[in-house]
Design a protein around this ligand. Structure first.
Ligand SMILES: [Zn+2]
Ligand SMILES: [Zn+2]
Length: 207
């Protein structure tokens, strides 16, 4: 299974209706679905998060609430991946086009993890937690507001993608140009984002 296919499977996991502050119902079932998909992609990664499956519903609900509050700080990376994937199954029901500025989601308070350019070249951010979208100025870093073009880089990537990098705050943001790609495919964009960040960290891209 490719990373693109993993993101696609995770996006298809259904969860009971949920609104911020409400309990996460049937959380053990949702977590088990996430683990099944993750195992098909990378058994070692799934095994590293296996401990979550032994927790009771109350503990899991508390962890998802922490994930929603952005407070998973010291959890191991594989567990964070699983918890965020499960949280997204609940939060996706909130997704909408919204008004916002900066990198914080105006709907749920999560942080943007991807962006796209619309048919007019306008830039929109996508929330990592609930998939809501909102327009932001293209000239500045949405995370810290840096607008000095010498501090902002972007790296083109085959064929429709690019990775923005802010040298001031260190943030990176994968984006797709819909004038070339045609439609927004979030699993493909997020998978490309992982690849682009990997290449950047490995020093294998040129701006
Ligand atoms: Zn959101
Ligand atoms: Zn920045």
């Amino acid at each position: 299974m490719t990373l693109d296919e993993l993101y696609r499977e995770l996006d298809a996991i259904p969860a009971p209706d949920w609104t911020p502050g409400a309990p996460f119902r049937e959380v053990q079932e949702v977590m088990a679905r996430v683990q099944t998909s993750l195992r098909a992609y990378d058994p070692a990664l799934a095994a590293a998060a296996e401990g979550l499956l032994h927790l009771g519903p109350g503990e899991l609900e508390a962890l998802l609430a922490e994930a929603f509050a952005g407070a998973l700080g010291d959890r191991p990376e594989p567990e964070r991946f699983v918890l965020l994937a499960a949280l997204r199954a609940y939060a996706r029901g909130l997704a909408r086009e919204a008004e916002g500025d900066g990198a914080r989601c105006p709907v749920c308070g999560g942080e943007a993890d991807a962006a796209y350019l619309d048919e007019d070249g306008g830039r929109h951010l996508v929330c990592a937690v609930c998939d809501s979208r909102w327009a932001v100025p293209r000239i500045a870093c949405p995370y810290c507001g840096e607008a000095d073009h010498k501090k902002l880089r972007y790296y083109p990537y085959d064929p429709h993608y690019r990775l923005y990098q802010c040298l001031t705050c260190g943030a990176t943001l994968p984006a797709v140009d819909l004038r070339e790609a045609g439609r927004l495919d979030l699993p493909a964009l997020r998978a490309a984002g992982v690849e682009m960040r990997f290449l950047l960290e490995a020093g294998r891209v040129e701006g």
